[in-house]
Ligand binder design. Structure first.
Ligand code: C2E
Ligand code: MG
Ligand code: MG
Length: 560
């Protein structure tokens, strides 16, 4: 396997070698000339010295002896200079080779780095084309590396990266080119026969399995998975539009890798043409989110929360909507995960919560306001402080605010979530566990976290009438709530039959389409005003978020 680029050819390296060779030749010429002179002068001086020694002559001319001795000195000097030069050249060559290695190798793993990987892959693609085979490029991205790094420190992150590098080396064929091309991104180029992609799939599947094995990082055992995208160099023959060189392959493999992430991670996908359109669309959405936040395109909608026994309104859950001028009304299932991925969720959430606090401040003080918080926001150590600052700025009483945390957050870091819940509760904010039943949290976890309320996921509630399993799950959660003395909210109540099934469970809260769809702020306010449930009459129309949720999208937006 080509792990590092020691064998790669380099023009500048060759130039330096020529220069050194020239200098070697000059030194050798000096020594050779001195030897010829030595032989010439020695041929005259030698017999004269011998004759003088035997008493047959008067000895050599002193000038000639001087020249002879000078000649010997010249040979010694020339030879030692040659030796020094040779040693210097060897040392320089080694230093240059090492510098080249450092410039082209990833020091952490010994793999090719991004720059040298491209060169090596291009050479391999050319060779494969000559041989009538193809090159598959596998882009490997570790799914939850950032969390491991953030929670356990960079040292643990480094150990994990090295462990993954060792696993990758163990999974790929001997002649594969392996590079580390980003923090937690690796790439592998494998030559294969165009009609036998199964070889590549075997490698990808092995990589997914091996990387998912737990890694002992000394003080902690961590789990990461990998998402892999694969592109093939003969893609243009298969009808692709992106070039089949290293850069094009990396681009395609990257698109396929993101597709794997969207499909639930821990898997591999071959690049296919439509993925590029999907990617372009996603890029447009990302840009739209970044621009839309400061433009105020993200607005709060409100869903009623009802006391099921009395039918009384107890408060509202704020649900974010994106009123995009380009795409129409977009639901949070689409934009929240993307905002999380691009690091915009904090700003987006602050923007909608801040509007919601403005909206709800004038409602009847008996009405609560529930807001959803993303797992990504919970990782922000300043989250609680930011929220409290917002409450103070907006003069909103903390006891009216309820934070909804989804069950999946508990798997990220229970210790951090516990301390966050505690500090929010200390300020008077209530905290509920959202979408309960979907995240497999254990009873022990539930008992150890000071939640104020559990919300049963709408998937169980809405199917309670026709699905026995759903009914059993709702029953167990209701019993669990009674046992732990935790109030329960049932979400997704769509019909009066569902409500009938829930009423025997005692004092539950509920929400769902039976009570109405989420509504924009102006609609909610008008309705509350008509019931005399606002503390201050409307002064002026604020903002433009007065559209109904049913506003038709101007462009189709899919979940996929
Ligand atoms: P969630 O917190 O569980 O919100 C309830 C979702 O169920 C809402 O979808 C609501 O419109 C929908 N729903 C309500 N009643 C019914 C019903 O009777 N039947 C059915 N089938 N669905 C019903 P929505 O607004 O699309 O929100 C989806 C999820 O997006 C929310 O689930 C929440 O997790 C997340 N979300 C919404 N707004 C925000 C936000 O501002 N920040 C964050 N981090 N997440 C948000
Ligand atoms: Mg919620
Ligand atoms: Mg929910």
């Amino acid at each position: 396997m080509d792990r590092h680029p020691a064998g790669a050819e380099h023009n500048d390296g060759r130039l330096i070698d020529h220069e050194d060779a020239d200098r070697d030749v000059i030194a050798i010429c000096i020594v050779a000339a001195a030897i010829i002179l030595f032989v010439g002068i020695g041929g005259t001086v030698g017999p004269e010295v011998l004759n003088s020694f035997l008493g047959r002559g008067k000895g050599p001319d002193s000038a000639l002896v001087g020249a002879f001795l000078l000649n010997i000195a010249l040979i010694i000097f020339g030879w030692s200079r040659y030796r020094e030069l040779a040693e210097e050249v060897t040392l320089r060559r080694q230093a240059e080779q090492q510098a080249r290695m450092l410039a082209e190798t990833d020091p952490m793993t010994g793999f090719f780095n991004r720059r040298s990987f491209d060169d090596a892959v291009n050479a391999r693609i050319a060779k494969a084309a000559e041989e009538g085979s193809a090159v598959a490029l596998l882009m490997i991205d570790l799914d939850n590396f950032k969390q491991v790094n953030d929670y356990n420190g960079h040292q643990t992150g480094d150990i994990l990266l090295r462990a993954c590098a060792t696993r990758i080396s163990g999974c790929v064929p001997g002649d594969a080119i392996v590079g580390r091309i980003g923090g937690d991104e690796f790439a592998v180029a494998v030559t294969f026969k165009s009609d036998l992609p199964a070889l590549v799939e075997r490698v990808a599947s092995r990589l997914v399995d091996r990387i998912a094995q737990p890694t002992d990082c000394g003080n902690v055992v961590v789990d990461v998975t990998a998402s892999i995208g694969i592109a093939r160099s003969d893609i243009s023959k298969l009808g692709g539009t992106i070039k089949g060189d290293a850069r094009g392959l990396l681009e395609m493999a990257d698109i396929a890798m993101y597709h794997a992430k969207r499909q639930g991670r821990n898997s591999y996908y071959w690049f296919e043409g439509p993925m590029a359109d999907e990617m372009r669309f996603r890029c447009e959405i990302e840009a739209g989110i970044r621009l839309g936040i400061p433009r105020g395109e993200f607005v709060p909608y409100y869903e009623q929360q009802i006391d099921l026994q009395t039918g009384e309104l107890t408060g509202y859950e704020m649900l974010a909507r994106w009123e995009s001028p380009d795409f129409g009304l977009i639901m949070p299932d689409i934009f929240i995960p993307i905002a999380e991925d691009i690091g915009a969720i904090g700003d987006l959430s602050e923007c909608v919560i801040s509007q919601a606090l403005d909206d709800a401040r004038d409602w009847d003080p008996a009405l609560s306001l529930a807001v959803n918080v993303s797992p990504v926001q919970l990782r922000d150590p300043w989250f609680a402080q930011k929220l409290l600052r917002l409450l103070t700025e907006k003069r909103f009483p903390p006891h009216r605010l309820e934070i909804e945390i989804t069950e999946s957050c508990l798997h990220d870091n229970v210790v951090q979530v516990r301390s966050l819940i505690t500090s929010l509760k200390n300020q008077g904010i209530t905290v509920s566990l959202d979408d309960f039943g979907t995240g497999y949290s254990s009873l022990a976890q539930l008992r150890s976290l000071p939640f104020d309320r559990i919300k049963i996921d709408r998937s169980f509630v809405s199917s309670i009438v026709e699905n026995k399993d759903s009914a059993a799950i709702v029953h167990s959660i209701a019993m669990l709530g009674q046992g732990l003395k935790l109030p329960i909210t049932a979400e997704g109540i769509e019909t009066s039959e569902v409500l009938e099934h829930l009423l025997p469970y005692g004092p539950l809260k509920g929400q769902g389409y039976l009570y109405g769809r989420p509504q924009p702020a102006t609609v909610v306010r008008d309705w509350l005003e008509s019931k005399g449930r606002v503390t201050r009459p409307r002064q002026s129309e604020t903002g433009g978020h007065g559209r109904e949720e049913t506003m038709p999208p101007q462009r189709a937006v899919s979940n996929g």
